[in-house]
Design a protein around this ligand. Sequence first.
Ligand SMILES: [Ca+2]
Ligand SMILES: [Ca+2]
Ligand SMILES: [Ca+2]
Length: 293
Amino acid sequence: MTTSKALRFLVAAALVAGGSAAQAADAPAAPPNATCKPNGAFSFTDPTGDDDGPGTYKYPTDAVYKPGSFDITEFQVNPSSDSVEFRVTVKSRIEDPWDSPAWGGNGFSVQMVFIFIDTDHVAGSGVRDSMPGLNLRFAPDEAWDKVVIISPQPVARLNSEVEQKAAGVKSRVIVPRSTRVSGRTLVATVDKAQLGGMPTPAWGYQVVMQSNEGFPAKSDLLTRKVNEFEGQHRFGGGTDYDSDPHAIDIIVPPGGDATAKQHEILSKYNKTATTEVKPEDLAQVPMVYPCGK
Ligand SMILES: [Ca+2]
Ligand SMILES: [Ca+2]
Ligand SMILES: [Ca+2]
């Protein structure tokens, strides 16, 4: 075999191994990294191909859940004079299969993102439980102070869900002033006053990818369940109970293999907990301080 023939063979083998040209083109995934500015602006990357929670999750089977729809690739925070733009990019083009304008929505259908923010990094300050339906919690010194909800649902529906299901933390919940789509990116604009101040490079973040469920269970804040087996509108690969993290993709602190780290973090839950799930049964997710402490 000549060198060029051998090279062609290797490329062909790589394409077969990757399953498609598109997958081969972005493998291996770049390690997470951050670019930071003094005003608290930053960009932080997440690998592709880790939209499987603890490594086992499968998308629902309905065709609206296109491959890559829940795969976070980048998270950006962009402060301006009196507002902050939060941008979450996914691997596939964001579509609107459920015609969100018809229900007063924001131009997309299947995604939903929770951005938890630690503004003070002080042990005991903030909330350790996540939000209803996510089945996650935070470490005592990384408890969250604010959460920004990026959802296709109109403001009134979000506020009503928060009132019904998260009343105890509603002063910490931020429904953005505007939420829109730009290509593969969800863009939420939040007023400075809602955040209680402008971001600093010391703030920590956790970005949890979920799916908008317009007909949620009583215990779930518009989130889609993860079950043992995937269904038309249910993720699979978890448990039929609320012990498994209902998180499809998260961000993890820089360094090492980000995908392996995510799988390890989201695998640490009590798989034997069924109807009685305690906070300590849940996976504990880290805050990411992309620009240092
Ligand atoms: Ca990802
Ligand atoms: Ca479950
Ligand atoms: Ca990830």
